[in-house]
Ligand binder design. Structure first.
Ligand code: AMP
Ligand code: GLY
Length: 424
């Protein structure tokens, strides 16, 4: 089979490397890709959100399957456009991708079908939202823009001042554009966070091994939120007992709810969970693989990935045994100086071999380019240095050993991935 993978970050690099292991896969193309991806796939410069451009490219290359990895093209309906032209595609259609595309939709879905989540109210008028927080007068409170906002649409307001500023900037200054036409104000939950990605063909759901993201930029879970500074798998809090409860109360009911709404979800469904004192609750749904969750989950997949992808597309997931390796996997993100704020690009990266790799780990490239024979930085999150081990400690030691050997000016990374949770 030939694949066209849409996207250009660490998640896409992981997907490509996993597909390459499959005996069914002859050739992989990627658009727009990045420096590291260009060593594993043939890359093109069509943007991931350019629906017509991607359809045209897929037709020109005559690929057997298009893997749409990022949220924006899924929410925009790229899978619908490909399917209409008779091109096989992995990922939910537009009607199903709304589970990530609109927080108002997902909150209403959970309420209607009794899926545990934070209590909430929806507002389309900033004045009504202000009146509500005044009456509630309870902090922290959580304010979320309805639509996609590059992972930045959630504000945890510690006091009235912060809540007012959030409502003002999202609904009036429109810092996230139309994504802020509506907001959700929800109850603040506490507890460990768990990411569970799951394959589903709309009939059955097969959760992957669990993982834990580290969203804050600095050690000790301090500083602003990022796209994710590192991940571990498995998540130490996700016991078999919790997994069973999540299956009964969250995973199966979500698949059923989407079917009942006429929005059958096929692809990778991501559950962002919080294990609260009152049981597991959904913080958010994503309609795709997490980044950097994919980096620690997919390396642990034992079953041929391409076979799983096709079983999902063909509605035959129930017939396939999806198996996982024991042990653990850890990913440490090396970021550009200044990220998640402003940062420079084009800085030379030292320590990588000609394929952008190092000994003892796998380097999933996120924001890199390959220019004049060398790898340079080209984004906020630059590299996801990933290693396996028999135990979590071993995986972490292997990943951090590899990080030591990679340098670029301004590089920063957390030194407590997989350990921060123990401090709490
Ligand atoms: P999201 O973009 O929805 O994943 O939210 C980003 C982060 O905000 C989550 O990973 C949580 O740490 C935090 N968060 C979101 N909603 C809540 C909530 N209701 N209570 C506490 N923390 C939350
Ligand atoms: N790492 C969180 C996400 O992909 O949304």
């Amino acid at each position: 089979m030939t694949y066209l993978v849409v996207g250009g970050g660490g998640r896409e690099h992981t997907i490509i490397r996993k597909l390459k292991e499959s005996s069914d896969v002859d050739k992989i193309y990627c658009t727009p890709g990045n420096g590291g991806i260009s060593k594993d796939a043939e890359v093109f410069d069509v943007a991931a959100t350019d629906i017509d451009g991607v359809v045209e490219l897929a037709e020109k290359l005559k690929v057997d399957c298009v893997f749409v990895a990022p949220d924006d093209p899924l929410v925009l309906g790229m899978v619908d456009a490909l399917t209409e032209r008779g091109i096989r595609a992995f990922g939910p259609n537009k009607r199903a991708a709304i589970i990530e595309g609109s927080k108002v939709f997902s909150k209403e879905l959970m309420k209607k079908y009794g899926i545990p989540s934070a209590a909430y109210e929806v507002f389309n008028d900033p004045k009504a939202a202000m009146d509500y927080i005044k009456v509630q007068n309870s902090y922290p409170t959580v304010i979320k823009a309805d639509g996609l906002a590059l992972g930045k649409g959630v504000v945890i307001a510690e006091n009235f001042e912060e809540a007012r500023n959030a409502i003002h900037s999202i609904m009036e200054d429109k810092i996230f554009g139309n994504s802020g036409n509506n907001i959700v104000i929800e109850e603040f939950l506490t507890g460990p966070e768990v990411s569970v990605l799951a394959f589903t063909d709309g009939k059955c759901i097969k959760p992957m091994v669990s993982s834990m993201d580290h969203k804050r930029v600095f050690n000790g879970n301090l500083g602003p939120n990022t796209g994710g500074m590192g991940t571990i798998s498995p998540n130490p809090y996700y016991t078999d007992e919790v997994a069973k409860e999540c299956m009964e109360k969250i995973f199966l009911p979500t698949v059923d709810a989407m079917n009942a709404e006429g929005r059958t979800f096929k692809g990778c469904l991501y559950f962002g969970l919080m294990l609260t004192p009152n049981g597991p609750k959904v913080i958010e749904y994503n309609c795709r693989f997490g980044d950097p969750e994919a980096q620690v989950v997919l390396p642990r997949l034992k079953t041929d990935f391409s076979k799983v992808v096709n079983a999902v597309i063909d509605g035959k997931l129930g017939e396939l045994d999806v198996e996982w390796y024991d042990g653990a996997c850890a990913c440490v993100i090396m970021a550009s100086g200044g990220y998640p704020g402003k940062y420079d690009k084009g800085i030379a990266i030292q320590g990588l071999d000609v394929n952008g790799q190092v000994e003892g780990a796998t380097v999933f490239h996120a924001g890199t380019a390959f220019k004049d024979g060398e790898f340079v930085t080209n984004g906020g999150r630059v590299l996801g240095v990933t290693a396996k081990g028999a135990t979590l400690d071993e995986a972490l030691a292997n990943a951090y050993d590899a990080v030591e050997g990679i340098k670029f000016k301004g590089a920063h990374y957390r030194t407590d991935i997989g350990r921060a949770y123990k401090q709490k």
